[in-house]
Design a protein around this ligand. Sequence first.
Ligand SMILES: *Cc1c(COP(=O)(O)O)cnc(C)c1O
Length: 390
Amino acid sequence: MTFDTSVIELSRSALKNNYRFFRRLTGKRTRISCVVKANAYGHGIPTFVPLAEECGANHFSVFSASEAVKVLQSARQDSDVMIMGAIRNEELPWAIENGVSFYVFELDRLNAATKHARRMDTKARIHLELETGMNRIGFQEPELTKAIEMVKENLDHLSIDGVCTHYAGAESCNNYLRVTRQIERFNHLCKRLGEENVPYKSRHSACSAAVFNYPPAIMDMVRIGISMYGFFPTQETKTNYMISVGKTGPSKKVNPLKRVMRWRSRVMAVKEVEEGEFIGYGTTCLATRRRKVASVPVGYYHGFARNLSNLGYALIHGHRAKVAGLVNMNMMLVDVTEIREGVKKDDEVVLIGRQKHGHISVSSFSDMTRNPTWEVLTRLPAEIPRLIVD
Ligand SMILES: *Cc1c(COP(=O)(O)O)cnc(C)c1O
């Protein structure tokens, strides 16, 4: 029994399907890292990580040390955890001791990692992040030359697990030139590291969109976030993948990804509203004729964006029921006037996912609010229970 007002289900078969798809697409020799930052894109680290391991995953990427702590608590002993961003120098001994690898993109962290590893008489597992054109984090000259020197002097205490970079928008063809240049620059820098005898073990650069749009970016490991959860990064990436133009004209593939998440709640109560009355707070929703509304105990506190007021939908009996009035902190009303089956208390309400013949994708919600899929997912609070279903 759960006391919560909504539940997020994670589908084992969907995740298996997605993992297998990327396995085939990237080839046997490329390692797949599941990106589980931001509480596994709202799917919940403690539930998602073991499920992903069941599907074959053994490498997880996070943004920060605090997220790495959560993954370590949920993952098998033999899975690898990689921090792609924030870790403070005083947290480095913890990472080194637990075999957690981390990005290094500035000399101070490199220095501290070497110092701690030497004191602990072991090796720190690091990934050298290179600046190739995103201009966010990553070594660039003259620090890069200095970093190479420092690494070579301290090989007894550093394991260069990877050399990596990140693309500045692989999901949109607007960035084609920039991303193509980044790939060239990255290959060039990797070659230079090789020539300077920096013994790195792998090269990795691709996120979901790069895997689809820039096959040469696939390399030794890929870091897949959004698409492992069953979403294309953008509609453009989806179209680009699904419609390939060959000699015989365009051919359409089936969508290879399956949505892992389904978010459901229940109707709290149903009521009739007379013609001419306003529904909910204020005057944003006028009943132009007699209406029937159902209250649903999900609001913006639970991650259902307030800008879906009078705009979003939920599914009841497989039919779309439009949000009536403003989304409140803890609840909202949906219009069920047209649902012929009749809606009653405790009927299932689906906010994301399938119900009978109907479905609501995160992208349909994010198209309406212009919040990208990533943002909609990561706003789902950790407190909502996550359940695994088949
Ligand atoms: C978030 C992230 C990814 C994964 O991106 P998706 O678009 O969700 O696949 C990969 N690499 C880095 C450095 C990231 O921050």
